[in-house]
Design a protein around this ligand. Structure first.
Ligand SMILES: Cc1cc2nc3c(=O)[nH]c(=O)nc-3n(C[C@H](O)[C@H](O)[C@H](O)COP(=O)(O)O)c2cc1C
Length: 166
């Protein structure tokens, strides 16, 4: 079974998740994300345990979710193709501090800041960060940048390989 190919047919919209723990800022491109509750609004983003963003997000009170437009390819390449272990991504883009100091990227037309309420260890290589939305913005229409348009970007932190047992 080609699990990756089957999942890729869903062609998810891409987001950039940013974090700040007070000492460091971080952020990465994410395709694993979804709303996960309605009446008590909750959103979950799944971040690789290898990523610089994971280390910072663990100690962050808030994360910001930036919905990328199809014109935001450069941001997708910056946040998905480079790692905060080697590069200060925030010196290469325009941003401002939001709640809890979380970086808000200028120019993203839709997004929200969520308070971190839970971290889920799914016994895989990504942890789920569950967010309670605090504040957001929506500036007109947007055509989402989808996985198929950035799937050729080499991830700054290659995905872990190894034990694939379930
Ligand atoms: C198309 C694409 C989708 C990605 N989806 C995710 C994801 O859902 N979760 C994740 O943790 N990393 C994902 N990544 C990988 C990170 O964005 C990438 O490794 C990034 O360089 C990590 O940066 P950091 O080490 O500064 O956190 C994706 C990368 C690409 C190119």
């Amino acid at each position: 079974m080609d699990f990756a190919a089957i999942v890729a047919t869903m062609n998810p919209a891409m987001v950039v998740v940013t974090a700040s723990d007070g000492a460091q800022r971080s952020g990465c491109l994410v395709g694993f994300h979804s709303q996960c509750s309605i009446e008590r609004p909750r959103y979950c983003v799944w971040i690789s345990t290898l990523n610089h963003t994971h280390r910072v997000a663990k100690s962050s009170s808030h994360l910001a979710i930036h919905v990328l437009d199809e014109r935001d390819g450069a941001l997708a390449r910056l946040f998905g193709g480079a790692t905060g272990d080697e590069v200060d991504k925030f010196a290469r883009c325009s941003w401002r501090p939001g709640p809890g100091g979380v970086p808000i990227l200028d120019g993203c037309r839709a997004g929200f800041v969520g308070r971190c309420v839970e971290r889920l260890d799914a016994l895989g290589d990504h942890d789920g960060f569950v967010l309670a939305p605090d504040e957001g913005w929506l500036d007109g229409g947007l055509t989402p940048l989808r996985l198929g348009e950035v799937a050729d970007v080499p991830a700054g932190h290659p995905a872990p390989h190894g034990d694939e047992s379930v």
